[in-house]
Design a protein around this ligand. Structure first.
Ligand code: ADP
Ligand code: MG
Length: 228
């Protein structure tokens, strides 16, 4: 595996929304390169298109134009089914609200993405423990997720995003609901995982401290991304 391998490669990407007879150009000319081991913060005012860009990165919606490649693969050239498989195998997601299965254990929460990608039972156990070790939560493996603290919940969702060994992780305001101490702790793990597991990270955030911990910052404004 090449250390500096280009994971996300976006060229001249555009997104228009059509409402009635009006066309609104939300993303006008987005260019973004993220390499393995890099952690990029995307900042920008409300309504600037951050969620739109994140949905496109996660292949939940198509761009209107431009090219989006992941590890050299043009994702728009894949069939819908192939895109779904690609998403499950190559991407991990961390949301502000964690969205863990409440009446399930930490183990079961991490097992689900592995079941979806067809990993065998015995192999699943190893992968789950390895991902939990990365966020120092091995001791919580049998805990129901609704009995975890806010910071622990977000660390479980990081482990869940990591368990399939993705090419990159997308995080939407991952510290948005945490206090300062827990935000810093969660960011410590993001930094450590980016460096040790050599994944690429894209983090949408409003929080200056969170952005400061990333290796690079971009500002989305007027439909374009600029270094910040
Ligand atoms: P942000 O996440 O930065 O707040 P969004 O990506 O949610 O911004 O929205 C960017 C712009 O696109 C806003 O003006 C929003 O109203 C518009 N928009 C978002 N989703 C849709 C949609 N499905 N249809 C029409 N307009 C949309
Ligand atoms: Mg948004």
């Amino acid at each position: 595996m090449n250390r500096d391998e280009l994971v996300i490669d976006i060229r001249h990407l555009t997104k228009d929304y059509v409402s009635g007879s009006e066309k609104i150009a939300v993303l006008k000319d987005i260019n973004l390169e993220v390499r393995r081991g890099e952690m990029v913060a995307i900042m920008g005012p409300s309504g600037s298109g951050k969620s739109t860009l994140l949905f496109i990165l996660g292949i939940f919606q198509p761009p209107s134009g431009g090219v989006y490649k992941v590890a050299g693969v043009d994702v728009m050239s894949l069939s819908r089914d192939a895109q779904a498989v690609f998403r499950r195998e190559k991407m991990g997601f961390v949301f502000q609200s964690c969205d863990l299965l409440e009446n399930s254990t930490v183990y079961e929460n991490l097992e689900l993405p592995l079941i979806y990608t067809g990993v065998k039972r015995r192999e699943r156990a190893d992968k789950i423990m390895e991902a939990l070790q990365r966020v120092n939560l091995e001791h919580r493996v049998r805990q129901p997720s609704n009995r975890l603290s806010g910071g622990e919940r977000q660390r479980v969702s990081i482990a869940r995003a990591l368990v399939n060994e993705p090419e990159f992780i997308l995080a939407d305001e991952p510290t948005g609901q945490l206090d300062k101490a827990n935000s810093e702790r969660v960011m410590d793990y993001f930094v450590k995982i980016t460096e040790e597991a050599r994944v690429a990270m894209v983090i949408v955030t409003h929080d200056a401290m969170t952005a400061e911990r990333c290796s690079r910052r971009s500002l989305l404004s007027e439909g374009v991304l600029k270094p910040y």
